[in-house]
Design a protein. Structure first.
Length: 143
């Protein structure tokens, strides 16, 4: 519901999904019509938080070079993969932190410590605790 509300509020925006998984979101009924483009780690040949996956996702959407990283917003629930990674490129980020996790270099899904990640280098632009806060977060970022 929230993504549909966001799409209705900003119909000119492109929405994409970038995943370390191998799920083809085009085949997931609940995701049908939500995304204009998708990028998986398998398609990109690299996984999050490597910069190349975000660059390839933007290229797949036809965004580069017309749209800069600063004009892009990445939304996710894993600090390392969804804030640190895109933040390294200057992409603005919304961190969905429903569990009140600290900013650390531990992958939310695997529990793996990413020793190469210095979380002090990047901070989210906006933190939300519930996906329903996304429209207000985006409104604030775009004003």
């Amino acid at each position: 519901d929230t993504l549909l509300r966001v799409r209705q509020r900003w119909p000119h925006l492109l929405f994409g999904a970038c995943s370390n998984g191998n799920v083809d979101l085009d085949r997931v009924p609940r995701a049908e019509g939500l995304f204009d483009f998708t990028m998986s780690a398998i398609e990109a040949g690299v996984s999050k938080p490597e910069a190349a996956i975000y660059e390839k996702a933007m290229a797949a959407a036809g965004l580069t070079p017309a749209v800069t990283a600063e004009e892009t917003v990445f939304i996710g629930d894993d600090f390392v993969n969804d804030v640190y990674g895109p933040g390294q490129l200057g992409i603005r980020t919304v961190w969905l932190n429903a569990d009140g996790r600290p900013r650390d270099n531990v992958c939310t899904f695997t529990g793996k410590v990413r020793a190469e990640v210095d979380v002090s280098e990047v901070k989210e632009d906006v933190m939300i605790s519930d996906i329903r806060q996304l429209p207000d977060a985006l409104e604030g970022m775009m004003s």
